[in-house]
Write a protein that binds this ligand. Structure first.
Ligand code: HEM
Length: 119
């Protein structure tokens, strides 16, 4: 499940890059398709993250924060993509995406123990 989780958010981040690059290049259709696939990957992230969460026996503060930060990162991915689509400034959401993604990665790999790296 950790592998599905990691693969899903890596691909999702790539898709955010693709969708925004396509939008910038005026390739609306390619951007739309990338965005639709991106939304499928949110579901995979949520499913795999939810399964990892369910595998815990007790819930401390860190794992709760990890889940919230993960949800924040997904929100930021969606908002960045939508801001590009609407030709609105996206810098604030890019900033949040960077912060949330880095925080989720540090918490996931660094501090929590259910996955592929020994904590
Ligand atoms: C872009 C968003 C996300 C990123 C970058 C991210 C990143 C990570 C990373 C790096 C890990 C450690 C993998 C491992 O265990 O080896 C992890 C684990 C986990 N993630 Fe996420 N995640 C994201 C979204 C989410 C969401 C939305 C949820 C909840 C629904 C979630 C729940 C979890 C849980 C419960 C774990 C297990 C923690 C552990 O290792 O014990 N994640 N995540």
């Amino acid at each position: 499940m950790a592998h599905l989780h990691i693969t899903s958010w890596v691909i999702a981040l790539v898709l955010v890059g693709l969708a925004t690059t396509f939008t910038r290049g005026g390739r609306e259709k390619a951007a739309k398709i990338s965005h639709m696939i991106l939304r499928l990957f949110y579901l995979l992230i949520l499913y795999s993250g939810g399964s990892l969460f369910a595998s815990y026996e007790s819930y401390g503060a860190l794992i709760i924060i990890k889940v919230l930060v993960g949800l924040w990162a997904i929100t930021a991915m969606e908002m960045v993509t939508i801001k590009y689509k609407k030709k609105k400034p996206a810098a604030l959401w890019w900033g949040q995406l960077v912060v949330a993604a880095i925080a989720a990665i540090i918490l996931g790999f660094g501090f929590l123990g259910a996955g592929v790296l020994p904590a």
